[in-house]
Design a protein around this ligand. Structure first.
Ligand code: ADP
Ligand code: MG
Length: 330
């Protein structure tokens, strides 16, 4: 089994000319954890990943891996491996030769590298396709081959840049489970770049939310989802309302809003009109126009909603528990 190590970014910065793509970020990726770098397009996720891989130089700061400074090491000497977004398989090489390629470059003999490549193909359930060319595989199968090819170097950290984005939604969910299973079985760290909140929530032990080259918030999916610390995170992670509450911006989960048809006795409620009703299967979302708070969303369980359906145009009253209000940084 490969040893798993802590990876630390210390004030890591990437500038492309005048563009600061990554702005002095600090983060520790725990050994053997599944981390997701999450954020909108252009926020610096891929640049961060490429600096960790060594495919991109660091403009300032240090990358420390298992106690050693690897900032200036070439990619093959770092103990990391990268799986690219487009898989980057060699079209003229068989699946087996694609997976064994890095071993060949390291001078490993044919028999040994084929044996190893086949083991990796078994790990990703692709041994039966060893003689095919990449063009003869589906997208999901190509992805498994790309995974096997990255893992053959026995990295302590596997870096994945939007690994699921080329797959259709059904396959994406299936492969998501497989990535998580692989990470658990191998016991190494995975650092996975995604712009999908669902993907990050489902996969990660730790989510690192990035915006504009900086880390907005890092923590477990539950902490990041339940208690966003900035307005950006509350809006990006979804499922939240951001509102002004006693001189502060706060986040309030859409599924924690109580929607009442008659006004409650207590003064601390909002009055709103129902602008739209969206049926989403397990939940029903109400779009609300609230007096003094603007547009809000309430997510009711399907069961709650259909016990007493609410029509568009109805006036409703909104309440919530104080503990469901999360203060946002100014
Ligand atoms: P993400 O992966 O989050 O979409 P990137 O790390 O690819 O973001 O890009 C971050 C910023 O850096 C963007 O503004 C992008 O245009 C810029 N950028 C990325 N790569 C280069 C490059 N090779 N040269 C110049 N600018 C780049
Ligand atoms: Mg990217």
């Amino acid at each position: 089994m490969v040893q798993s190590l802590e990876l630390e970014l210390a004030a890591v910065t990437k500038a492309y000319g005048a563009t600061i793509a990554v702005d002095a970020i600090d983060h520790r990726f725990s050994a053997g954890s599944y981390s997701c770098l999450l954020g909108p397009s252009g926020c610096g996720k891929s640049s961060t990943l490429r600096m960790i891989a060594g495919h991109e130089g660091v403009s300032a700061g240090d990358i420390i891996f298992g106690g050693s400074n690897i900032t200036d090491l070439p990619p093959a000497k770092r103990g990391t491996a990268m799986m690219f977004q487009n898989y980057a398989l060699f079209p003229h090489l068989s699946v087996l030769d694609n997976v064994g390629f890095s071993q060949k470059m390291r001078g490993v003999g044919l028999a040994d590298r084929n044996k190893k490549a086949l083991q990796l193909l078994e790990l990703v359930d692709m041994a039966d396709y060893a003689v095919r060319l990449p063009a003869q595989l589906s997208g999901g199968q190509q992805q498994r081959v790309a995974l096997a090819r990255a893992l053959i170097t026995e990295p302590s950290v596997l870096l994945l840049d939007e690994p699921l984005s080329a797959l259709d939604p059904f396959l994406r969910i299936k492969m998501r489970l497989e990535l998580k299973r692989l990470q658990r079985e191998l016991g190494i760290s995975f650092i996975h770049v995604t712009h999908s909140q669902d993907e990050a929530l489902a996969l990660a032990d730790d989510i690192i939310v990035m915006n504009n080259g900086r880390i907005e918030q890092a923590g477990s999916p539950r902490v990041v989802f339940n208690a966003p610390t900035t307005e950006f995170v509350a809006r990006f992670i979804g499922g939240h309302n951001v509102l002004q509450h006693q001189n502060a911006r706060v986040a309030l989960r859409a599924d924690r809003l109580q929607v009442l048809k008659s006004a409650p006795q207590a003064a601390d409620h909002l009055t709103a009109s129902v602008v739209d009703v969206e049926y989403l299967g397990s939940t029903v979302n109400l779009a609300l126009d609230a007096d003094g708070a603007g547009d809000l969303t309430a997510a009711l369980s399907e069961e709650t909603f259909f016990q007493d359906p609410i029509e568009i145009g109805t006036t409703v009253f909104l309440k919530w528990k104080p503990e469901d209000v999360h203060q946002l940084a100014a």
